[in-house]
Design a protein around this ligand. Structure first.
Ligand code: 5U1
Length: 724
């Protein structure tokens, strides 16, 4: 088959010549010639990509690149069987997915131990030398710890076949179509000698300037901006439509390998250089370091370079360079003994405190929020920061007009650390607590023994209503997509929402919704569909969504696992309220009262002390709350029935051993949860053990479990078991 096309002659080598050829000479092309030309174009485009995105040294203009690209597209559209998956034209174009599928990593993606000061780094180095029996300096490699989204790339025969998120380290999400859109990573490795199978681990990041531009674009389009570059990178990778990811300024940096089926170099530094030669970006600060002092100097220089770096880093990573030594050192839990991350301190900056406003939370608590002269700190521009409460303001002696130090670490809300007293202006104003709620005007009180001040407006306070609704629809609660803070504020202001129950009546306001700016048939359908879908939930989510004071998602999970049914929780709450109201013997001591109340079922739960129990009892004792709960259930909110008649017992008959420290639970809390779910906790591992729950610094029990082939899980694995 032949096709008549305006194409460049393969004989033309220089760019200008090629352009001339294409413009002036229409030629009939055989399929064979088309294949040859397509191969040459792919090769040229890969080279230009590499020069542009990896080496930052382009050799052709954007216009010329586009021309070559379009020429290749045109050949591939004429000869679809010449199209290859690793063609540069195939980065974008995959269809939107409906969901991501799970994918098991061929080798687990490990986590990293941390150290926070020089002493801890010295301890790490000592442990390494002791284990290896070496007294001289160890050869390490040092690299920045990029603050991005961790991914795993699989190359088979040098061709990118899969990209996945880290997930829990064993199983991630298949985001191949999105990964392919990242311009600085090769769809096909350069050069030769690629391993038959190769897993490359690294971080996907978004540089600061491009992050700021993206946020400006999103805000201009009325969309929500990202909090920081890491969230922007992770959020962009989790788009179901790869075209959106393709539009985001994402970059990949490799920091290691997983599976490597081939001749792996004996040193990690050499492996990384090999990755670089194959066209994989490895970041410019990767360095070989001899011994502890060199590591300390490296950290100091990286810390100094950090403010000028476009990609955010939150520390540096030191790894033993020698592969054989790594094998000998092995792992503790899921972190290698041969690597550590030396974290940088949270970033701080100074700026001016312009004003203080009091924000009303869903429970009426008024939080002082500092309005600041915008300042770039910790990877984001900060213009608001928390001042916590009036006691903290007094303790720090912060005043309006002061120059203040602001700290921002990761996703934590920025906080005002204190004033720079030497710069205090004469007219700095002392901050006063309001007497009235800034939203509803109700009186403000400060309950005895509490640091917070509260609005007494309750149901009349729209600010409390707005916050309660935002909590109700939040991700860990009913998770209603499309009903965010902005929509809730508008709907409350317009009187469409006066209680969570009204969310499920929004379908009766379809016409009113359609009249709103930015709402078409499709967005209204999506919103109403998400609301309908949220009715199928779990008891834990529902309990959390109710917004009972001090009942966070962990306690809600515990309550749901223990009681199994809402009625059982309600009756335990009633029993506790009755106990609280019981006339106490006149001579009852505080300890005796505590013993009496402590026997209640509600108080048997891990994490439910007197205050939380009182909040739960108080919540269900309030008639208006009970009405809302009944009305919600009448709207069709439901969850799967518990497995057992008296409380779910997903671990019935199972024996578990705890070892190491879990990230969020003490050993006692984990034990109580396991026992509440019907399981038994023993102290030593045997063949009869069903699961070993391993945290960080797990020791010989973990090794024994691995030897005996007993399943090893971490905290999230345990959580999943507890949830049945
Ligand atoms: N730079 C860098 N980041 N990072 C993260 N190296 C590195 N290595 C890691 C992780 C989790 O893990 C290996 C030590 C297994």
């Amino acid at each position: 088959m032949r096709s008549l096309k305006w194409i460049a002659s393969a004989a033309c080598s220089k760019v200008a010549d090629r352009r001339a050829c294409r413009v002036f000479f229409p030629v009939a092309v055989s399929k064979q010639a088309a294949r040859k030309r397509a191969d040459a174009l792919r090769e040229a485009l890969r080279e230009h990509n590499h020069r542009y995105y990896v080496l930052d040294d382009p050799s052709v203009s954007d216009a010329e690149y586009d021309r070559l690209f379009r020429e290749l597209q045109s050949i591939e559209s004429d000869y679809p069987d010449l199209l290859t998956d690793d063609s540069p034209t195939q980065r974008v174009g995959a269809r939107p997915a409906t969901q991501f599928s799970s994918v098991d990593h061929a080798s687990p993606m490990l986590s990293l131990g941390n150290c926070f000061d020089d002493q801890e780094l010295q301890d790490f180095d000592r442990r390494v030398r002791e284990t290896l029996g070496i007294s001289s300096d160890i050869a390490y490699i040092g690299e920045p710890k990029y603050d991005g989204a961790a991914v795993n790339l699989s190359y088979d025969g040098g061709v990118l076949v899969r990209g996945a998120t880290r997930g829990d380290g064993r199983t991630g999400e298949d985001i191949t179509s999105n990964i392919r859109t990242i311009r600085n990573l090769p769809l096909r490795l350069r050069g030769r000698g690629h391993p038959a199978r190769l897993e490359v681990r690294g971080e996907v990041v978004m540089p600061r300037d491009e992050f700021a531009q993206l946020n400006a674009r999103l805000e201009a389009a009325g969309q929500k901006a990202f909090v920081n570059p890491r969230n922007a990178a992770a959020g962009s990778l989790r788009q179901l439509d790869p075209a959106i990811t393709a539009d985001r300024p994402l970059y990949f940096y490799a920091h290691g390998v997983g599976v490597y089926e081939g001749n792996k170099p004996a040193s990690d530094y050499d492996t990384m250089q090999q990755l670089k030669a194959w066209g994989l970006p490895i970041g410019s600060h990767l360095t070989r370091l001899d011994g502890l002092d060199a590591c300390r100097d490296y950290r100091a220089s990286l810390l100094q370079a950090r403010p000028g770096m476009q990609v955010e880093i939150d520390g540096c990573v030191f790894k033993v360079d020698d592969e054989a030594a790594r094998q000998e050192l092995g792992f503790v839990s899921r972190a290698p003994r041969w690597a550590t991350a030396y974290k940088f301190p949270a970033e701080e900056a100074t700026t001016t405190l312009l004003a203080v406003e009091f924000q009303v939370g869903r429970t009426g608590a008024l939080t002082p929020v500092a309005r600041l002269e915008p300042v770039f700190v910790g990877g984001a521009t900060v213009s608001n920061a928390t001042l916590h409460n009036m006691d903290e303001i007094a303790r720090k002696d912060v005043r309006i007009g002061d120059t203040v130090t602001v700290r921002r670490a990761g996703d934590v809300i920025p906080e005002v650390l204190g004033p720079v007293l030497s710069e205090r202006p004469d007219d700095a104003q002392v901050i006063q607590a309001p007497r009235q709620c800034p939203d509803c005007g109700s009186a403000v009180e400060r309950p005895e023994g509490e640091a917070v001040i509260r609005c007494t407006g309750g149901l009349v306070c729209q600010a409390q209503l707005r916050e309660a609704l935002k909590h109700f629809v939040s991700r860990q609660a009913l998770d209603i997509d499309g009903l965010g803070a902005r929509q809730i504020e508008q709907f409350v202001a317009e009187g469409l929402l006066a209680s969570p129950v009204d969310i499920f009546r929004l379908n009766t306001h379809r016409a009113a919704l359609l009249e709103r700016d930015g709402y078409g048939e499709k967005s209204v359908d999506n919103l109403l569909g998400a609301i309908e879908a949220s009715k199928q939930t779990t008891l834990a989510r529902f309990i959390y969504a109710l917004g009972i004071r001090e009942v966070g998602s962990t306690t809600a999970n515990d309550l749901a696992a223990h009681f199994g049914e809402l009625e059982a929780l309600q009756s335990a709450a009633r029993a506790y309220a009755d106990k609280l109201a019981e006339p106490a013997p006149e001579d009852e001591t505080a300890a005796a009262r505590e013993r009496r109340l402590g026997e209640s079922e509600l108080r048997q739960m891990p994490n439910v002390g007197p205050t939380v129990a009182e909040h739960i009892a108080g919540f269900f004792a309030e008639p208006r709350n009970r009405e809302v709960v009944s009305a919600l259930l009448a709207q069709g909110i439901e969850w799967p029935a518990p497995r057992a008649a008296s409380g779910a017992q997903p671990l019935k008959g199972k024996t578990l051993v705890l070892t190491g420290s879990l990230p969020d639970w003490t050993r006692d809390q984990a034990k109580q949860r396991i026992e509440a779910a019907g399981g038994r906790v023993t102290g030593s591992v045997s063949k009869k053990t069903d699961y070993v729950v391993a945290g960080s610094d797990a020791g010989s029990k973990l090794e024994k479990a691995e030897r005996l082939g007993v399943s090893v899980i971490d905290q999230s694995g345990l959580q999943a078991l507890l949830e049945g």
